[in-house]
Ligand binder design. Structure first.
Ligand code: SAM
Length: 219
């Protein structure tokens, strides 16, 4: 019957789809966190990653000002807004999102200078900057790794200007080794820099989060 496809039927009717994307879709449908997000009305499984970070570190609390980089489809903001309150989160993404109550959002490229100016103009210095951004993957691990490190470097530079003293930076990175130099630099600017791999992040994914807290302030 039209409009009542079961999950199995959706996968079966994927004629024309490449094998790799069919496997991806099957995995998505089976994935415990994807199902949970759907059942709980959350936008994506990524929600659980920031929730796990919050459960461990308790960074988000009422009145904290937050920047969400790579906010689409809005899962992280959806989790964070109830902690910090409406109007305290500003997000950007290359993609547009369905509006979220309490989120100030702009569709824009973070690497664009104008975007960074706009972000800075929203609250002045903020308590937390979180970045779940990942550049499009090329399929070549080394190239992808370099790209995400370049993006992370830019996020780090932005954080140094836009974080309040004592502030926190949470940023996605891919395991790969080349980030060591950047880690050393970050340790000069933050009291604590740790890696965190949430349970909700697929174990076969190279994704990991850098949690840098206690910003020492602009030098
Ligand atoms: N944290 C989000 C959530 O919970 O809904 C999921 C983020 S998704 C994994 C990564 C996002 O980063 C994508 O939507 C992508 O468009 C965005 N992105 C990648 N590069 C970007 C850039 N240069 N500027 C803005 N957004 C970017």
């Amino acid at each position: 019957m039209r409009g009542t496809n079961t999950k199995k039927e959706i996968v079966k009717s994927s004629r024309g789809r490449k094998k790799s994307s069919t496997l991806w879709l099957k995995r998505q449908l089976k994935d415990e966190f994807t199902k949970k997000a759907k059942d709980e009305g959350l936008r994506c499984r990524a929600c659980y990653k920031i929730q796990e970070i919050q459960d461990k570190y308790k960074f988000f609390s009422r009145g904290k000002k937050v920047i969400d980089l790579g906010a689409a489809p809005g899962g992280w903001s959806q989790v964070v807004i109830p902690y910090v309150g409406k109007g305290n989160v500003v997000g950007i993404d290359l993609l547009d999102i369905e509006p979220i109550e309490g989120l100030i959002f702009r569709q824009a490229d973070f690497t664009d200078e104008q975007t960074q100016k706009w972000l800075s103009s929203q609250f002045g210095k903020v308590d937390i900057i979180m970045s779940d951004m990942a550049p499009n993957t090329s399929g070549m691990k080394s190239v992808d790794h370099i790209r995400i490190i370049a993006l992370l470097e830019e996020v780090f530079e932005f954080a140094k200007i836009n974080l309040k003293e004592g502030g926190t930076l949470i940023a996605k990175v891919f395991r790969g080794g080349a980030e060591n130099e950047l880690l050393t630099e970050m340790k000069k600017s933050f009291k604590k820099v740790e890696h965190f791999k949430p349970k909700s992040s697929r174990s076969d994914s190279v994704e990991i989060f850098l949690v840098a807290s206690g910003f020492k302030g602009e030098k």
